[in-house]
Design a protein around this ligand. Structure first.
Ligand SMILES: *Cc1c(COP(=O)(O)O)cnc(C)c1O
Length: 474
């Protein structure tokens, strides 16, 4: 191994960068290859991880190669194979090869897309990718789009734009004057809206408890008539949060009817489509998001269904000036472009951040329009495969209409058996799925959103679920 002297390692030596990066590449390769074999999640205690990685921080430097070896070895027992084909928990997606490779390069290039002057490359790729995303998701081509950490911050940014816009129309400058003394803003949500909506509302100073909750149906869809009535009781500025893809059932709010009510009432419509918005990219599933284009802002993720590595969400807004006013910063030392070039910080809550668009560009370019549609359709087909097999199994019941990629399964119509089944599957390492409570009943929650999942993976998971459920029979 070639070594070189380094100023800070007095008399010592450190591994050359090329050797270090080759080793990192090898470790990454081993991990990717292990996904097909390793337990999806293995029981591990904190002490084991702490013993390998913890202890007081040393005073002196450690050779980077040793550091990387220690890290890779130490974390391994605690890694969850979310990017393998048999992880069906939450809605996690996986990692497309092109996106993974682009993400490595993103770290290498170390670009800051906050300002155009800091990376014309990142600015260009953000602009191009934004156009592709708006087109794929069936959103107006004139909308603005920002690259956020995930849908949580996309919901935050969309609702910040909404707050600005509805208050400006009421003659109030919320960016300058805050909310004290402002006209109250009514925020209307469906009973099954995602928890990140409440958190975004809280961050925006509007108070989670003040949200007006509109009833939802058995699939979790907001009741459109209920919304119309609720809007009728609201005076002044109002924001409606609709959902494309419920985290449990995958169901979609009736977006067209909701949009029409919002238009009649002058309310801003925000759509949380963290994973469900991707139905728009599939000709076979696009009907689910009918009317989505009529909204004012949208949130979705790259790191869920698009299978980009973590730290990738998108906020889009039909009113770029409201979006920019809610997000942008100005200071004399920030060199601003004057010819309309893109400063990424205008569209997200962050100032400096990762150049997230490179991996998104790579994912979209590698799949193409048809590839994205096929990814969505394949996951939905797998969900149907789960539902058909499990509903035909003794003791098992599918609780939701499987129109997308989510399946809720109840065992023996019994909460205890259902939760025990999830725990057995989780500790078995063959597949991973979570449990949830749907309409007061415990249920296994299966989500298919990984490009790597095959029909054989689904069959292995089905077998694991059936065996676990049988083991819970008294
Ligand atoms: C996952 C999810 C979110 C939050 O997304 P993050 O990427 O975790 O921030 C918001 N809404 C819905 C419907 C989701 O499924």
């Amino acid at each position: 191994m070639r070594e070189r002297h380094h100023l800070w390692a007095e008399g010592g030596s450190v591994t050359e960068p090329d050797v270090l990066l080759k080793r990192a590449q090898q470790l990454a390769q081993h991990y990717v290859e292990s996904l097909a074999r390793r337990a999806v999640a293995a029981p591990v205690d904190r002490e084991t991880l702490a013993a390998a990685l913890g202890g007081p921080l040393g005073d002196g430097p450690v050779d980077p190669l040793t550091v990387v070896e220690e890290l890779a070895q130490g974390v391994d027992p605690g890694l969850v194979a979310t990017s393998g084909g048999r992880f069906f928990g939450f809605v996690e997606g996986g990692v497309l090869p092109a996106a993974l490779a682009a993400d490595w390069l993103t770290a290498t290039w170390d670009q800051n897309p906050g300002l155009h002057v800091l990376s014309p490359a990142a600015a260009a790729v953000e602009e191009i990718t934004a156009g592709w995303l708006l087109d794929l998701l069936g959103l107006p081509s004139t909308a603005s789009l920002g690259f956020t950490t995930g849908a949580q911050m996309a919901n935050f940014a969309g609702l910040a734009a909404a707050r600005h816009d509805v208050l400006e129309k009421a003659g109030w400058d919320v960016e300058s004057d805050g909310l004290t003394g402002a006209p109250p803003v009514a925020v209307l949500v469906g009973a099954e809206c995602h928890i990140t909506i409440g958190r975004a509302v809280r961050f925006l100073g509007m108070g989670e408890r003040t949200m007006v909750v509109v009833a939802a149906d058995s699939q979790g869809r907001m009741d459109a008539d209920g919304l119309r009535r609720a809007l009728g009781n609201v005076q002044g500025p109002s924001i409606v949060c609709a959902q494309a893809g419920n985290v449990n059932t995958g169901a979609f709010d009736p977006l067209r009817e909701i949009a029409e009510s919002c238009r009649d009432h002058g309310a801003w419509l925000h759509v949380d489509g963290a994973f469900g918005l991707w139905a728009a990219a599939s000709p076979a599933h696009r009907y689910l998001v009918d009317g989505v284009k009529l909204a004012d802002s949208w949130a979705t993720d790259g790191h869920k269904w698009l299978n980009v590595p973590y730290d990738s969400g998108f906020v889009a807004c039909a009113h770029p000036e409201s979006h920019r006013t809610a997000m942008a910063v100005r200071a004399p030392y920030l060199v601003r472009e004057t010819d309309g070039a893109r400063d990424g910080t205008d569209w997200t809550p962050e100032s400096s951040r990762r150049a997230r668009a490179f991996a998104v560009w790579a994912a979209l370019r590698s799949l193409g329009r048809e590839g994205v549609a096929a990814l969505v359709d394949r996951c939905c087909d797998h969900a149907t495969r789960f539902a058909e097999a499990l509903s035909a199994t003794k003791d098992l019941e599918v609780l939701n209409d499987v129109a997308l990629n989510q399946v809720l399964v109840r065992v023996g119509d019994d909460d205890t058996r259902t939760k025990a089944t999830a725990a057995i599957v989780q500790s078995g390492g063959e597949a991973w799925l979570g449990d949830t409570v749907w309409r007061n009943k415990a249920a296994l929650r299966i989500s298919v959103s990984d490009h790597a999942t095959t029909a054989a993976d689904v069959d292995r998971a089905i077998a694991a679920i059936e065996a676990a459920a049988a083991a819970t029979r008294a």
